[in-house]
Write a protein that binds this ligand. Structure first.
Ligand code: NAP
Length: 469
């Protein structure tokens, strides 16, 4: 998504020599990698679209993943992106040499670039659970982001480990197909109810005829997200209290059995973990063939999952909806900056970047959706669209000859991190849960201010924060 954006916007800004390095054989990023049943984006589709390529034909408010993938492919084709992409070869190494970056791919191909933009995504590398006997499972087992479409679900006994946004979508999508569904819950999740109505033919015709109607829907959706982003960064805010009430009411009104209801009730505040949004998860988990398993998993055996009450949950298919290594970013790519500084060194013990974009000693190397930025319940397309013009202003300093290298100063990064940590202490994410938002220290690794603040920060770089060499 961010690579496509860059390949469109850089040439528009007069930078015509642009190559996109893509390790896969198609564009689409997360929407190419994830193909699990029920996949959709819980950011409304008109907001989860490029501002310059609004799409009147989204089928629903939250379109399915396949539609989003088709949209990205179409935008890439329509804007001449595909000719700029070198497919099927991962960048293995990226080393600063003088004022230019030397790139080496997995196949040994070499290239040079004045500027590198890492548009490598956040939730990319699957995290496999560390459970005894994992490899011994006798049926089909796979991570949610590596869905095995050869696995038969119809009439099968299916186990799902995890209760994040992914697992919840899979449960709702497959429960009526499978003989038995066992959902292994380590931690309960709050679920925000959200209907997903289709757009009628008349609405879509209206969007085609009147682009301003499309803009208006997008604007409306953006405003709701702005409220949400301000709510989660202030644990005492009124909108957050409203979200909490909606989640609690959803649980209490949707789950009939009081015992099941309590097992589904989290012990922390709604939105502490990344909020799960679903219109029908509670219905799905109450189906007669569904079981919520809360006894901890002891081990995996050839026949299924053994919980520590001694019970073997016999399974034909085991889905690991266990999330991602969220601190990897462009790694395992080796990046070597000034004075031989490696990214591993710069990011020890945790990934950091000034305004999520630049790292000291890595001049002319910028990130889209890098560390410490707004992630979670946001449109990452909107985030990247705000970051790119900011990066282009820095690139302009190089293009105009004002400097040959530009990177954030260590001081700017330190100040940013200090302010970020201070703000993070007021967010709902630190109110008593474990989540992928938290870093190795247990502090949020993400943007702790409102989205409005992010927008303002992306208007123009403060050059005092940069070393212009
Ligand atoms: P996740 O939120 O990180 O959830 C992983 C789940 O696996 C958690 O329930 C976790 O339990 C469980 N787990 C991990 N290791 C385990 C183990 N060893 N034993 C038992 N349970 C284990 O991952 P995700 O659901 O893939 O979602 C990641 C993010 O992707 C989301 O937060 C969201 O930002 C994005 N996403 C978005 C959408 C969308 O609609 N836009 C859909 C899917 C994903 P604990 O809670 O106890 O750690």
């Amino acid at each position: 998504m961010a690579g496509i954006l860059s390949a469109i916007k850089l040439p528009e800004a007069g930078l015509s020599d642009v190559t996109v390095c893509e390790k896969a054989d198609r564009v689409g990023g997360t929407w190419r990698e994830n193909t699990y049943p029920g996949l959709s984006c819980d950011v409304p589709s008109h907001l989860y679209s490029y501002s310059f390529a609004l799409w009147p034909d989204w089928s629903r408010r939250f379109a399915p993943g396949s539609e989003i993938e088709a949209y990205l492919e179409r935008v890439a084709a329509d804007h001449g992106v595909l000719e700029r992409v070198r497919f099927g070869d991962a960048v293995a190494r990226c080393e600063l040499s003088g004022d230019c970056w030397r790139l080496t791919t997995a196949s040994g191909h070499e290239d040079e670039a004045d500027v590198v933009i890492a548009a490598t995504g956040v939730l990319h590398h699957p995290r496999y659970p560390e459970i005894d006997g994992l490899e011994s499972f006798g049926g089909k087992m796979f991570h949610s982001a590596r869905w095995d479409h050869a696995a038969t679900l119809d009439g099968a006994r299916v186990g799902i480990i995890g209760t994040g946004s992914t697992a919840v979508q899979i449960v709702s999508a497959v429960v009526d197909r499978v003989a038995r569904l066992s959902l292994f819950q380590r931690t309960a999740q709050w679920v925000m109810p959200q209907e997903n109505p289709p757009y009628s033919e008349a609405e879509r015709v209206e969007f085609h005829r009147h682009p301003e109607a499309l803009e208006a829907v997008r604007q409306q959706q953006a405003e709701v997200f702005d409220v949400f982003s301000s709510a989660v960064v202030d644990a005492d805010s009124a909108p957050l209290k409203l979200i909490e009430r909606l989640c609690v009411a959803n649980l209490e009104e949707s789950v009939r059995d009081p015992v099941l209801r309590e097992r589904l009730r989290p012990s922390y505040r709604p939105a502490c973990k990344r909020l799960v949004i679903s219109p029908d998860f509670y219905d799905a988990i109450q189906r007669p063939n569904a079981e919520l398993v809360t006894d901890p998993i002891e081990r995996i055996e050839p026949g299924g999952v053994r919980t520590d009450d001694g019970r073997l949950h016999e399974l034909d298919v085991l889905v690991l909806a266990t999330g991602f290594k969220v601190d990897a970013f462009m790694r395992p790519m080796e990046v070597v900056g000034r004075h031989g500084t490696t990214l591993e060194q710069a990011w020890d013990p945790r990934p950091v970047a000034y305004l999520s974009i630049s790292i000291p000693d890595f001049p002319n190397f910028f990130m889209l959706n890098g560390p410490n930025g707004p992630v979670g319940n946001f449109s990452l397309i909107e985030v990247a669209e705000l970051q790119l013009p900011y990066i282009l202003q820095l690139v302009d300093l190089l293009a105009s000859g004002r400097c040959r290298q530009v990177s954030a100063t260590p001081r700017a990064l330190e100040d940013f991190e200090r302010r970020r940590e201070e703000a993070a202490r007021h967010t709902v994410w630190v109110t008593g849960c474990r989540s992928w938002y938290l870093d190795v220290r247990g502090l949020p690794a993400v943007w702790p201010w409102s989205f409005g603040h992010f927008r303002r920060m992306m208007e123009a770089p403060d050059l005092a924060a940069y070393e212009l060499a």
